[in-house]
Design a protein around this ligand. Structure first.
Ligand code: ADP
Ligand code: ADP
Length: 226
């Protein structure tokens, strides 16, 4: 069965903008699904509805029995375009945040924090502060923070859009390795055709406003490139 299913989701914002209309799709375990479409077609809105950050105006988000997020995160990791790190906390302190919110104390959380930092190649930087890290490294911390609770679903909203092309390419490659190793279910919002083809096992193409799924394209299972 699907991990999560959007059933005829509509979203009309209070200002009258229709961001989504009759949007339906399902995501299965271990899939890496890209939501691809031009700016303003409703990709972020769909992601925020799945995360429960905003409510749909119509339709339902249906989770597999037992998989629905229970209020305070944990089951869902979210990576935004801006890494939104706390400047006063080290890389480890930032990655700790979701576990802190879950009531785990830091010494108990440290093995998981180190594992998450290692997965993104930052094992040597646990004590570094965000200002000491490059943009790409800050994004890696943000990914580690989203993974530290081992969420069932990782949502990424144009995570690499603000990075330079070289850093972005490296992060794409590392994300592919990470996905191959973890078999983490991912929904990845992008307006880059390259990223969607390079990373995904499936591409959902969205049309310009109001957002609808225009095509659902399976891609040969991607494999990490060396
Ligand atoms: P995308 O992620 O594809 O760029 P968004 O989901 O951010 O698209 O936005 C879809 C449409 O909804 C856009 O026209 C955007 O301006 C509008 N929109 C997004 N968030 C809000 C909001 N909070 N209030 C009003 N309109 C919004
Ligand atoms: P992106 O498309 O890169 O996801 P946007 O520029 O569409 O980002 O939106 C950035 C933020 O501004 C979001 O939090 C969104 O909810 C809000 N927003 C976007 N469009 C509007 C709008 N027309 N009215 C109010 N808030 C908006």
């Amino acid at each position: 069965s699907s991990l999560v299913q959007l059933q005829s989701i509509g979203k009309i914002f209070p200002n009258g903008v229709t961001a989504l209309r009759d949007t339906s799709f399902a995501v299965g375990d271990g899939e890496f699904v890209s939501l691809l479409g031009p700016s303003g077609c409703g990709k972020s809105t769909a992601l925020r509805i799945i995360a429960g950050l905003i409510a749909p105006s119509n339709g339902d988000v249906v989770w597999r029995a037992g998989a629905a997020p229970k209020g305070s995160s944990g089951e869902i990791g979210f990576v935004f375009q801006e890494p939104t790190l706390m400047p006063w906390a080290s890389a480890a302190g930032n990655v700790y945040l979701p576990m802190k919110l879950a009531g785990v104390d830091k010494s108990a959380a440290m093995p998981r924090i180190r594992e998450a930092l290692t997965r993104v190649g930052l094992e040597a930087f646990e004590h570094a502060y965000p200002r000491e890290l490059s943009g790409g490294m800050r994004m890696r911390v943000s990914i580690a923070r989203a993974l530290v609770t081992q969420p069932k679903l990782l949502l990424m909203d144009e995570p690499f859009a603000a990075l330079d092309e070289i850093t972005r390419f490296r992060l794409n490659n590392d994300l592919l390795h990470l996905w191959a190793a973890m078999r983490q279910t991912v929904i990845f919002v992008t307006h880059s055709v390259f990223e969607s083809v390079y990373l995904s096992s499936r591409i959902l193409v969205m049309t310009q406003r109001p957002g609808r799924i225009f095509a659902d394209i399976p891609i040969d299972a991607p494999y990490p490139r060396d």
